[in-house]
Design a protein around this ligand. Structure first.
Ligand SMILES: *Cc1c(COP(=O)(O)O)cnc(C)c1O
Length: 400
């Protein structure tokens, strides 16, 4: 490889070229049967993905956003409730909460894992909330509304510390929906159960996105919900399909939120390669860790003992993020920032009245994070060039 060839942030073309024949066969089958919506391709994929996640049920939906929304509604979140999540996530998490009729509220993240800090969650529940005597419900003091659910986000492909979160949820009788949109196949070691658990199988439900750039990506928009709860599975199947229990029998009002057959068929093909792609991402992460160990001024990702991350993203932290990103761009190395503006400071949430200083860990890391190229086909030589370029920038900027 020549030393100035561009290193992309993500390569979506190579895996599709490699699988072109299998993917095209799915398309021909769908065309041939005109089975565009529902049918065996959707059911097959749902069964396969449920098995992959160690969950009893999987419900294919139109997007990860719909997955979070339908899961919250089916778990019992109602209009006017408060749902607690983190400000360090993609806005789809809070959009889905709002679309389920609830108001999102935040607790800060852990500075090492970048996921929900259980300590901050405990403080929120104890300090900012009280249990209403009459109803037995947990209320937020300031907002005067019931807090009914928690949405931990398995950010960058690493599970949040679920034992601690689930214990608090049990204490206050709260719903938990995992936002596993970046964490297909990620694992968490539960001390309580003394075994490894899969993302999306640990709570009331797990929400997955198959947006093309995710670890398992459709050739368009798609998502899924996993659950072990039969009643919730039935409810979510109705929600995605206009509230139908059977054709033209509408038990409730629902949505047009189905996974279409073509995407399901394409996802089935790709799912067969996901374990291998995940191993390749993990190997690339080990290689980055090794190369970066010698580089001063860079904080590499932290993987606790209880985590087997799937590295949707490989995110480092540096003091001069803008400078480093510019330097990498000049060396033809693409990077990303996930995410530059914390949700509580987004214009969309101005009306909620949050201010700078409310969630200091999120605010601090948002200024320091850079996502390096990460995808299964990433080569060690490319990684060496990325890290050499990071190192170069460090020595230049420390001289200044
Ligand atoms: C991608 C993503 C979503 C939304 O998924 P879509 O399929 O794009 O609707 C939700 N939450 C997180 C954390 C995501 O990364």
């Amino acid at each position: 490889m020549s030393s100035n060839e561009k290193i992309p942030f993500l390569d979506l073309i190579t895996p599709h070229q490699e699988l072109e024949q299998e993917l095209t066969a799915v398309f021909q089958k769908v065309i041939g049967t005109a089975g565009f919506v529902g049918g065996p391709m959707v059911e097959n994929f749902e069964n396969e993905f449920a098995a992959y996640c160690d969950a009893k049920y999987c419900i294919g939906v139109a997007s990860g956003t719909d997955a979070v929304r339908f899961a919250l509604t089916a778990a019992g979140v109602k209009l006017g409730d408060i749902v607690v999540t983190v400000p360090h996530t993609f806005i789809a998490t809070t959009e889905a909460i709002s679309q389920a009729g609830a108001r999102p509220d935040f607790v800060d993240i852990d500075e090492k894992t970048y996921a929900m800090d259980p300590q901050k969650l405990q403080e929120y529940l104890e300090r900012d909330c009280y249990v209403d005597r009459a109803s037995g419900k947990l209320y937020n003091r300031k907002l005067r509304a019931p807090v009914t659910a928690i949405v931990p986000v398995h950010i960058y492909g690493q599970c949040a510390d679920m034992d601690a979160i689930l214990e608090l949820a049990a204490r206050y009788n709260l719903i938990v929906v995992e936002d596993a949109c970046q964490a297909h196949g990620a694992e968490y070691f539960s001390k309580k159960q003394n075994r490894w658990l899969k993302a999306g199988s640990m709570s009331h439900a797990g929400a997955f996105s198959f947006y093309p750039g995710k670890n398992l990506g459709a050739c368009g928009e798609a998502g899924a919900i996993t659950t072990n709860n039969e009643e919730m599975a039935r409810h979510m199947k109705m929600l995605r399909d206009h509230g139908q229990a059977k054709k033209y029998y509408h038990n409730i009002e629902g949505y047009n939120g189905r996974l279409d057959s073509l995407q399901a068929g394409l996802l089935s093909v790709k799912l067969r390669h996901l374990a291998k792609w995940t191993r390749e991402r993990q190997a690339a992460a080990v290689e980055y860790d090794r190369l970066l160990a010698d580089v001063d001024g860079v904080t590499a990702p932290h993987q606790p003992q209880w985590s087997r991350a799937v590295y949707h993203l490989y995110v480092i932290r540096v003091a001069d993020r803008e400078g480093l990103q510019k330097h990498l761009t000049e060396a033809k190395i693409d990077t990303g920032i996930h995410y530059p503006i914390p949700l509580h400071l987004q214009k969309a949430y101005e009306g909620f009245g949050y201010k700078n200083g409310d969630f200091p860990v999120t605010e601090k890391i948002a200024l320091e994070i850079v996502s390096l190229p990460m995808f299964p086909q990433l080569q060690p030589a490319q990684q060496a060039r990325v890290v050499k370029t990071v190192q170069e920038f460090n020595s230049v900027s420390s001289v200044r």
